[in-house]
Design a protein around this ligand. Structure first.
Ligand code: MG
Length: 709
């Protein structure tokens, strides 16, 4: 240690302290929930992001060596591979590894931040920026403990890239050529969509080289090696290219060929299709409406997920600022500070692509804000250290930095304390899924809404029709249809959709070349079914499900997973099949109202939203209009968890049913279509057709049935 310079020692000290700070803040959630049982499984907290179960499934399959065709398990992704590696070499449980990976990996961000600051000889700025960036609002939200997703390195890697580019440009040392290229290789491996940032960095360096530093051959070396790391070829080929060109760089007599190498690397980039994803992105922005589906097909109109998530059109400035810096004042100071910093140290302008991507949040959605966090943290940190320079004594300088830093951190730490997100599932639900794993075969399908797809596959090791990455309108339609229509048609649709899904996998597998060469359109299952059953109108096909149609041969078992929590999203689930596929017209949505907030006054139960239920007269009043109800149903579990229900018919001609789920303290107001839906009948009432379904697992949290057809 004695050989290290004072500056290096200080750098290491700052990195260590900032890293520990970042980890410690992420432990607040862990201690807040302590030993709260519903969040635990196998003696550890469960994760709190749905997508995490996707990577976890891949890692599990890598470790066990089991992989099936078309199971959608991501065994070739970096996140799953890195997880499997950690789980293999570390002495902790798999649950602990995925819980803590975001804590430790995302905290690595403090390293490049402090090293960047070191390059402009302002370590204190780096330290303050590292403290802020590592826990700033949106960065925390997406890298907190249990937020096991690619975000844990998605910012760390480009900030490392920024660091190596800055050091490369400043020092012109050969090693930074290699480090920059390796960083790109790793970043691309981790996050294939990383090309947009890499390309912006490349463009910025090119601009810098051409305008300010044209004669410096080092810049072209840097550009060429970056380009080779970015070309559209397999990872291992890019590794060979990068090391190959680095070897050439080392031979100084070959320097005169650098321009040819750069030209060749750019040519290779285009030839190998490296530009295609960028071009595709541009095209989709410029020609927004040009997206067409299967011209030669029936052009069915599916409900798009974008329509449900499109709440984002306008993001209020305050939310935007909070998410980047924790507070509007900090954000404004950060922007002003960054401009000042870039004025004093031009090299910091290389951070602009990250800010740019962060500001994309205004059009692309809030998830982009995290990119701006680290670079703007430099801004406010620079202002703080500049302010401290005016302090007359060392002690006052220290006090000023400390006070201002605490002020900047304070709103972010408050946010962490208030951000008490739950785990994706609770322990009772997971028990059901683990039970199901013992019953179902790996090749069996479980029908459930896409929110439960990844966790189902992880805990039960089964196949699913839809999940967090496969939930477009055409695949959601059949599942939505099954859950919200009556048992007989839903049962048929389940068998059809599963067999058609498998058949399609096979078809694509066997006709890969033809599909590619002839640009063959693959039709949605529902369209294929309509044609196969001899209809030209999908509505007629759907009606025919009520008749005795011949179903495809059964190739495997199908289960229905029906969690109680789906009550909250039932109307959303229904939307996807409540559409006329032929012309895109939305049908009138069914009546579904659930509430836990109700009050009884004598014979009237007030259900909120102005809805009143008259127990005596068996009427329901809404908007001053009273109508008779068809049934009043009461369900309950007794002490030994035995389910029972009591159905009173009030007026058989009426349409509305009121269900009081006493054990859940919940009232449901539903119309006849909803009442007869598979979800209500099988989950809420346990009223199932014994010819179509078999009980498998029955708990208050979730019920599993097996399809008999
Ligand atoms: Mg599997």
């Amino acid at each position: 240690m004695n050989n290290l310079t004072h500056e290096t020692k200080l750098t290491l000290l700052y990195i260590t302290v900032a890293f520990l700070f970042s980890v410690a803040v992420r432990m607040i959630w862990f201690y807040q929930f302590g030993d709260y049982e519903p969040f635990h499984h196998n003696g550890q907290f469960m994760i709190n992001t749905n997508d995490g179960y996707y990577w976890a499934e891949g890692a599990r399959d890598i470790l066990s060596g089991v992989s099936q065709a078309n199971d959608r398990s991501p065994i070739t992704t970096a996140a799953s591979q890195l997880t499997a590696l950690f789980a293999f070499i570390l002495p902790f449980s798999f649950e602990s590894v995925i819980l803590f990976m975001p804590v430790f990996l995302s905290s690595l961000i403090v390293i490049p931040i402090i090293l960047i600051a070191r390059s402009i000889k302002n370590l204190e700025m780096g330290f303050v920026a590292a403290l802020l960036a590592s826990i700033a609002w949106s960065y925390y939200n997406r890298t907190m403990i249990g937020y096991y997703d690619t975000d844990m390195l998605n910012i760390v890697l480009p900030v490392f890239l920024l660091w190596s580019i800055i050091w490369a440009i400043r020092t012109n040392e050969d090693k930074y050529l290699l480090i920059t290229a390796i960083d790109i290789l790793i970043y691309r491996w981790w996050y294939p969509q990383s090309y947009s940032l890499e390309f912006s960095f490349f463009a910025l360096i090119l601009l810098y080289a051409l305008v300010w530093d044209r004669k410096n051959i080092y810049n072209y070396k840097l550009l060429a090696i970056m380009m080779l790391a970015m070309v559209g070829l397999e990872g291992y080929i890019r590794v060979i290219l990068v090391f190959g060109v680095f070897y050439i760089y080392k031979q100084k007599e070959l320097d005169k060929y650098i321009y040819y190498i750069l030209a060749a690397s750019i040519a290779l980039f285009f030839i190998s299709g490296g530009f295609n994803p960028i071009w595709g992105k541009l095209k989709s922005y410029v020609f927004k409406d040009a997206v067409t589906v299967g011209k030669e097909g029936m052009e069915l109109h599916f409900y798009s997920v974008m329509q449900t998530v499109r709440e984002a059109g306008h993001i209020p400035f305050e939310i935007f600022a909070n998410r980047i810096s924790g507070h509007v004042v900090t954000f404004v100071a950060s922007v002003v500070g960054f401009i000042y910093l870039a004025y004093r140290h031009k090299i910091m302008l290389f951070g602009v692509p990250l800010i740019g991507l962060g500001f994309l949040a205004y059009v692309g959605g809030l998830r982009f804000t995290i990119y701006a966090v680290p670079v703007l943290a430099f801004g406010v940190a620079f202002l703080i250290t500049e302010a401290a320079r005016f302090m007359p004594t060392k002690r006052l300088k220290f006090l000023a930095i400390t006070a201002l830093t605490l002020a900047v951190l304070y709103p972010n730490i408050t946010h962490v304390q208030e951000y008490r997100v739950p785990t994706v599932f609770n322990s009772n639900e997971v028990k059901v899924l683990e039970e199901l794993r013992k019953i179902a075969d790996r090749e069996d399908y479980v029908v459930a809404w896409w929110d439960y797809g990844y966790p189902l596959r992880y805990y039960s090791d089964v196949k699913t029709l839809i999940d967090g990455g496969k939930h477009s309108g055409d695949v959601n339609f059949p599942v939505s249809f099954m859950l919200t229509n009556s048992q007989d048609v839903s049962a048929k649709m389940a068998r059809l959709d599963v067999e058609y899904t498998e058949k399609k996998f096979k078809f694509i597998e066997e006709n890969k070349e033809m599909i590619r060469d002839k640009n063959l359109t693959i039709f949605s299952n529902i369209e294929q079914m309509t044609k196969d059953y001899g209809f030209s109108d999908t509505n007629d096909f759907l009606l025919s499900l009520q008749t005795d149609i011949k179903l495809p041969e059964k190739s495997r078992d199908i289960y229905f997973y029906l969690p109680h929590r789906m009550i909250d999203i039932y109307p959303t689930v229904e939307i996807f099949s409540n559409i006329n596929l032929m012309n895109g017209d939305m049908k009138k949505s069914s009546l579904f109202y659930a509430t836990k907030m109700f009050q009884q006054k004598e014979n009237i139960i007030m259900l909120g939203q102005g809805i009143e239920f008259d127990l005596q007269n068996k009427t329901v009043t809404s908007n001053k209009q009273s109508v008779p109800i068809k049934r009043f149903v009461q369900t309950s579990y007794d002490k030994s968890m035995k389910f029972s229900k009591d159905i009173q018919i009030a007026n058989s001609l009426a349409d509305i049913t009121i269900i009081y789920m006493s054990s859940y303290n919940t009232f449901l107001v539903v119309d006849e279509k909803t009442y007869n839906s598979l979800y209500i009948q099988l989950m809420v009432l346990e009223e199932y057709d014994k010819a179509l379904f078999k009980e498998v697992i029955m708990t208050p949290q979730a019920k599993v049935y097996r399809l008999k057809v």
